[in-house]
Write a protein that binds this ligand. Structure first.
Ligand code: ADP
Ligand code: MG
Length: 184
């Protein structure tokens, strides 16, 4: 695929499964924002920003479900506030991001979706916020999973891959890209 790929769209309601079941919230943006339409399904990484001026909800993000025998809970600990990822030019927070584009075969979705997990801890939901994304690389295709545990295991590895990749200087430079700061 021709990287970088740039997407932008309002954060909409998904099926409410990302955070509730797995402890990994994914902000969904509408499929219509996806181009090129023939982009392979799979897991990607990149940078994203939020413009929360249009956010509709300030309800606290529900905490992750309690660990139980049939729940795989990812205990991802991101800093609650940090200057890491802060863009020096504009003060806009730029978050490292792992995202999936596809049908999520584990959940047997009928429609393709774009689901964005930002590697940052947020105290509040931000439905309605405008999310801008610069996609820099492909991690892997989508797989079907026999269990939630196996799915979460792969997501955790995806997060490590994304973090390591984005630390490289050539990728870090994209944090300052005008697209992430409201540009066209
Ligand atoms: P939905 O099915 O509506 O997408 P999720 O359970 O996937 O619900 O939760 C996604 C929502 O959680 C996002 O829309 C956003 O408002 C919120 N959220 C909180 N923290 C994050 C994060 N680190 N990355 C993505 N979304 C987050
Ligand atoms: Mg989601």
């Amino acid at each position: 695929a021709p990287f970088p790929l740039k997407l932008r769209g309002p954060v909409i309601k998904g099926f409410g499964r990302g955070s509730k079941e797995l402890g990994i919230p994914t902000a969904n943006i509408p499929l219509t924002q996806l181009s090129p339409p023939d982009l392979p399904s799979g897991i990607y990484y990149g940078w994203c920003t939020l413009d929360t001026r249009s956010a509709v909800s300030q309800t606290p993000t529900p905490s992750a479900p309690e660990p139980s025998s049939n729940h795989a809970v990812a205990d991802l600990a991101y800093p609650k506030s940090t200057t890491a990822g802060l863009n020096t030019n504009t003060d806009t927070a730029v978050y490292p991001t792992v995202l999936s584009i596809g049908y999520n075969p584990y959940y047997k979705n009928q429609q393709r979706s774009v689901e964005i997990h930002m590697l940052h801890h947020f105290e509040h939901d931000f439905y309605g916020a405008m999310l801008s994304l610069v996609i820099l690389g492909f991690i892997r295709p989508e797989y079907d999973y026999v269990s939630k545990e196996a799915l979460v295991e792969d997501i955790r590895e995806d997060i490590r891959v994304a973090q390591r990749s984005l630390e490289r200087e050539a990728y870090g430079r994209w944090r300052g890209d005008a697209w992430l700061h409201g540009g066209g």
